[in-house]
Ligand binder design. Structure first.
Ligand SMILES: NC(=O)c1ccc[n+]([C@@H]2O[C@H](COP(=O)([O-])OP(=O)(O)OC[C@H]3O[C@@H](n4cnc5c(N)ncnc54)[C@H](O)[C@@H]3O)[C@@H](O)[C@H]2O)c1
Ligand SMILES: O=C(O)C(=O)C[C@]1(C(=O)O)C=C[C@@H](O)C=C1
Length: 301
């Protein structure tokens, strides 16, 4: 398997800088170039020594054999168009976006002749920017690769080997199916967290300071998720609109059923559901998938 010799990371925020740190640790032979549209972010990436070089224009992309787009999903199309004149003929173009069908579509339109293999490391935090990244972010976490049917098997295997080297467990999936699964496991939970924290802060009968003072346990976990990057999540909901609306419809119906059970004093209905959901949580722990939990709230910067 040919390892990538020159990895270009566009977007040096939480995920881009985590990839850079992990590459430094696990693939020290690879050259690393960083690109970001924000001058302050570029300067910080330089200060942190995350890359061999940080660039403000895309000319050096010609040398890269892996170009990884780590920008919000709403920016993928524009970045695709910006890099089009600069990428090498044999480069693999990939990304880390939280939605896959829209990204595949956007990159295919912008780069019709390129080898595009979208990917999504299902690992992150509520923080943003180059200071927030850390090398172990992907260890033991899933990375879902969503190639289309025309992609060369050896190119897919190369990208899979890259993510495995960073410690991720790699799985392949169709882009539409990815978006449906992540709508319920990631996107809807974020929407619920944004809503509940907004609801609490809008209350008139409970003061803001009471909400902060007594936000123990469950609500505190919601506030962590609701602190996630506004631009990133705006883009996720607009890009994965259909799947999110579908899951939201189902969720709303289930919530209405619970509302009815409470109003009608149907304790069995509540207990049955809570017993089922407790089993799901225990299943997640048995499969060792809550590895990131001890890191919550810790500062990795
Ligand atoms: N944060 C998470 O938990 C998480 C997890 C997995 C995947 N993702 C995905 O990773 C991607 C990046 O998220 P992040 O959390 O690292 O965000 P971030 O805000 O920390 O970093 C994004 C960077 O992209 C740069 N950028 C934005 N538009 C650009 C453009 N047009 N050209 C060049 N640079 C541009 C920004 O300046 C910023 O430095 C998103 O697509 C997101 O959906 C995020
Ligand atoms: O742990 C968190 O803070 C996250 O929100 C990470 C999380 C998730 O929902 O699991 C967020 C978005 C991603 O695309 C992947 C991972």
């Amino acid at each position: 398997m040919r390892a990538f010799t020159h990895i270009a990371i566009i977007g040096t925020g939480l995920i881009g800088s985590s990839v850079a740190r992990a590459v430094r640790e696990k693939l020290p032979e690879s050259r690393l170039s960083g690109f970001d549209r924000d001058p302050a972010t570029r300067q910080r990436a330089e200060e942190l020594g995350l890359f061999d070089a940080v660039h403000s224009d895309y000319a050096p992309l010609a040398e890269a054999d892996l170009v990884l787009l780590c920008v919000p999903v709403g920016a993928m199309a524009a970045v695709g168009r910006d890099i089009a004149p600069h990428i090498g003929a044999d480069a693999i173009i990939s990304d880390v976006g939280s939605c896959k069908a829209s990204v595949l579509n956007d990159l295919r339109s912008a780069l019709p002749d390129a080898t595009i293999i979208p990917a999504h490391p299902v690992a992150g935090t509520e923080k943003s920017g180059p200071d927030a990244g850390f090398a172990s972010l992907f260890e033991g976490r899933w990375c879902i690769i969503t190639p289309d049917d025309n992609t060369d098997e050896s190119d897919i295997a190369r990208l899979e080997a890259f993510w495995s080297a960073l410690g991720a467990n790699v799985e392949r999936m169709d882009a539409e199916h990815h978006d449906l699964v992540l709508a319920v496991t990631s996107h809807l939970p974020h929407l619920i967290a944004y809503t509940i924290v907004g609801t609490a802060s809008d209350l008139e009968s409970v003061t803001r300071s009471e909400v902060i003072k007594y936000s123990a346990g469950g609500f505190r976990d919601f506030t962590r998720i609701a602190a996630s990057d506004p631009v990133m999540w705006r883009d996720v909901f607009l890009s994965n609109r259909e799947a999110v609306l579908d899951m939201l419809q189902r969720f709303t119906e289930d919530l209405t059923a619970l509302q009815r059970a409470i109003r009608r004093d149907e304790g069995d209905t509540l207990e049955d559901l809570f017993t089922r959901t407790r089993a799901i949580r225990r299943g997640i722990i048995d499969e060792g998938q809550d590895v990131a939990e001890p890191d919550f709230g810790r500062d990795h910067g």
